[in-house]
Design a protein around this ligand. Structure first.
Ligand SMILES: [Zn+2]
Length: 161
């Protein structure tokens, strides 16, 4: 089997437990896109890659407002989250040609939400046989190089729409 990429050639190490700051608020507040893998910024919401993806190109769309959730979005936030999710699907199709998508919200930890205080919509591209993808080595949390490349490709796909 031909190896298409080398995800374990790690250039980036994320210190996930540095402080208590919300990762979405931190990413939204940074001027640089690369450190938190931001792909697209809108007026009310933005798009970033999940550092612990379920599959290649696993994106999250989050309102900027901390404490927001699916069930209390303002109209303008809901509209932009929806629009960005549609654009995310377009960009992922252009870059990865996935066979399908899971799009959804996890409300509450029991439902699988890793970050419960800042709502976010998952856009997960799917392929047959993709369920074992998980770039986490022990308790060392890392950003594999391919995530950095993925961010650049998706951002470029967005800009060329
Ligand atoms: Zn937040």
């Amino acid at each position: 089997m031909k190896q298409l990429w080398a995800p374990w050639r790690l250039e980036y190490v994320q210190h996930a437990d540095d402080g208590d700051e919300c990762v979405f608020c931190r990413a939204a507040g940074l001027l640089e896109d690369e450190p938190e893998l931001v792909v697209r910024r809108g007026d009310r919401a933005f798009v970033l890659l999940n550092k612990f993806p379920y599959s290649s190109g696993h994106l999250m769309v989050a309102p900027y407002r901390h404490g927001s959730s699916f069930d209390d979005l303002e109209e303008a936030e809901a509209a932009e989250v929806h629009r960005l999710a549609v654009e995310a699907i377009d960009a992922l199709r252009a870059v990865f040609s996935p066979e399908g998508f899971n799009v959804g919200w996890n409300l509450g930890r029991v439902a699988g939400a890793g970050i419960v205080d800042h709502g976010h919509l998952h856009v997960v591209p799917r392929w047959g046989g993709d369920t074992n993808f998980m770039p986490v080595l022990g308790d060392v949390k890392v950003i594999p190089e391919h995530l950095l490349e993925t961010r650049v490709k998706l951002s470029a796909a967005w800009s060329s729409r």
